[in-house]
Design a protein around this ligand. Structure first.
Ligand code: NAP
Length: 261
C-alpha cells in the first residue's frame, strides 16, 4: 500500500531562514507576533514609531535566543516606511515576510466623528498599510518571493456600532489585499489578511475592562470568549509559512465565529 505521509506531502510551518518585518511591534498584537515569528525560526525586523521602543523589543527577543533587528517606522510617513525597508534589506539582504499590523482602533458614535478622527484612522489603517505593502512589495516582487499579511478585523466584514470609521478602514484593508494578491501572486508574492475579533491588548483594554462592554462582546462570539494574541499569531505564522503557499487574497477570520452569524 502506498503511504501518503511522505515528507513532500507534509506541510511545513517553519520560518527558518526567513526575514520578517512587523509594523507596530512595540506592544499589543504586534509585540506578540514578534515572539511567534522568532519562535518559528524567522529573523525579525522589529519596527516601531520610536526607535527606543523597537530596540527594547529587539533586546528582549535576543535575550530569549531569537534573531532580531530594530528600526524606526511611522506608517504616516512614506519616507520613513521606505527608509526602514531599505535598512532591513541592507542589513539582512532580503525581506520575506511583511506583517502590516500597525493600526488604530477607537469608538466614535457616527454623529460625533470629526474630520480629524477620520483622517487619523484612515491614515494609519488604510493609507499607511497600503504604502507599507507597496514598499515591501517592490522588494519582494524584485526578489520573486514574499508573503504579505495585513492586519484586518472582523469589522471589515460586518458593521459594528460606534465603529463607522474603523469598519471603513478595515474594509479598505481587505480590498487592498485582494488587489495586491491579483497583481503580485504570479510574481511569487502572496497577500492575505487576518481578521480577528476583539483581542485583549493595550488598544482594547479600556473597553474590555468595562464588564458591561465585555459581556456584550462575549455574547456575540459563538466560542464565548475574547481572543488572545496567540490566536492571532497562529494564523499569521500559518500564512507566512510554506503550508499556506496556495493561499492568496484570503481574509482569514480569527473571530470565534462572530462573522458566521
Ligand atoms: P495597540 O495595542 O493599540 O497597538 C497598536 C500598535 O500600532 C502600536 O504598536 C502602535 O505603536 C502602532 N502604531 C500606531 N500608529 C502607528 C504609526 N503611525 N506608525 C507605526 N505604528 C503605529 O493595538 P492592537 O490591539 O495590538 O492592534 C494591532 C492591530 O490589530 C491593529 O491593526 C488593529 O486594528 C488590529 N486588530 C486589533 C483587534 C483587537 O481587538 N485588539 C481586533 C482586530 C484587529 P506606538 O507604540 O508607537 O503607538
Amino acid at each position: 500500500m502506498v503511504s501518503f505521509m511522505q515528507s513532500e506531502h507534509l506541510p511545513s510551518f517553519s520560518l527558518a531562514g526567513r526575514v520578517a518585518l512587523v509594523t507596530g511591534a512595540s506592544r499589543g498584537i504586534g509585540r506578540g507576533l514578534v515572539d511567534a515569528l522568532a519562535a518559528a525560526g524567522a529573523t525579525v525586523a522589529i519596527t516601531a514609531r520610536s526607535s527606543a521602543d523597537a530596540e527594547a523589543v529587539a533586546t528582549e527577543v535576543a535575550a530569549a535566543g531569537g534573531a532580531a533587528s530594530a528600526h524606526a517606522l511611522d506608517v504616516n510617513d512614506v519616507a520613513s516606511i521606505r527608509g526602514a525597508i531599505d535598512e532591513v534589506v541592507d542589513r539582512h539582504g532580503r525581506l520575506d515576510i511583511l506583517v502590516a499590523n500597525a493600526g488604530l482602533g477607537a469608538n466614535h458614535a457616527a454623529l460625533d466623528v470629526t474630520e480629524r478622527d477620520w483622517d487619523e484612522m484612515m491614515g494609519v489603517n488604510a493609507r499607511g498599510l497600503f504604502f507599507t505593502a507597496q514598499a515591501a512589495g517592490r522588494v519582494m516582487v524584485a526578489q520573486g518571493s514574499g508573503r504579505i499579511i495585513a492586519m484586518s478585523s472582523q469589522a471589515s466584514a460586518v458593521g459594528i456600532r460606534d465603529h463607522a470609521v474603523y469598519c471603513a478602514s478595515k474594509g479598505a484593508v481587505n480590498q487592498i489585499v485582494r488587489v495586491l494578491a491579483l497583481e503580485w501572486g504570479a510574481r511569487g508574492v502572496t497577500v492575505n489578511a487576518v481578521a480577528p475579533t476583539f483581542i485583549y491588548t493595550p488598544g482594547t483594554a479600556e473597553r474590555l475592562d468595562d464588564p458591561d462592554y465585555r459581556r456584550a462582546v462575549v455574547e456575540r462570539i459563538p466560542i464565548g470568549k475574547v481572543g488572545t494574541i496567540a490566536d492571532v499569531a497562529g494564523a499569521v505564522v500559518y500564512l507566512a509559512s510554506d503550508a499556506a503557499a496556495m493561499v492568496n487574497g484570503a481574509i482569514l477570520p480569527v473571530d470565534g465565529g462572530w462573522t458566521a452569524q
